[in-house]
Design a protein around this ligand. Structure first.
Ligand SMILES: [Zn+2]
Length: 186
């Protein structure tokens, strides 16, 4: 079926049963938590088979996907999405990482909110793992950034429009993010 990234909406609970590699959102939509290929079984269970190269361990330099859970300026709290069952075991118990404003975009960034918003899915690189397990991320290298963005007013997915801005199809809000090259083009 279709290729997914963490956060890709696959359907609703009315259509499918959430299988492995998926979760049900608060609005009843089923979304992917891994990168891979979505497939539907005969009994209407939708699951995603992870397709990415699996990092040997979550270590410095590893590429991860994560969801922006909270923003406490100048830091965003990211829930790392397991990109395979094997990687999941290597994610620390809480599975959280931090993204500091200074690592969230090119040049001087004062607010992490100028680069990512709550609910967004980001592709990041692990730049540090402290002894207490705190993982820090960066979006500063090529190929990193937001891969899926949601309207900060109404939570609908945002689409890329001319000039590199993002527009909400539901409420019309226009926003900006630090976009990854793989952000879907229209
Ligand atoms: Zn909106």
């Amino acid at each position: 079926m279709e290729q997914t990234v963490p956060g890709s909406v696959l359907g609703t609970e009315e259509e499918f049963v959430a299988g492995s590699g998926t979760k049900v959102g608060p609005d009843g939509s089923i979304y992917s938590v891994v990168c891979g290929d979505a497939e539907v079984s005969k009994d209407k269970a939708i699951s995603v088979k992870p397709a990415l190269q699996i990092p040997k361990a979550l270590k410095q330099g590893a590429v991860v996907y994560g969801r922006v859970e909270e923003i406490f300026e100048p830091v965003a709290l990211i829930q790392i999405a397991p990109i395979s069952e094997r990687a999941e075991r290597q994610v620390p118990p809480e599975g959280y990482a931090v993204l500091h404003a200074k690592e969230s975009g090119e040049g001087y960034v004062e607010n992490v909110r100028d680069q990512v918003h709550i609910g967004d899915i980001i592709k990041a690189v692990v730049i540090g793992i402290r002894r207490d397990g705190e993982i820090s991320l960066t979006l500063k290298s090529r190929g990193l950034g937001v891969v899926k963005a949601y309207c900060s007013r109404c939570r609908a997915p945002l689409a890329l429009v001319a000039g590199g801005a993002l527009k909400c199809g539901r409420c019309g809000s226009t926003e900006r993010r630090n976009l990854a090259p793989e952000f879907p083009k229209r």
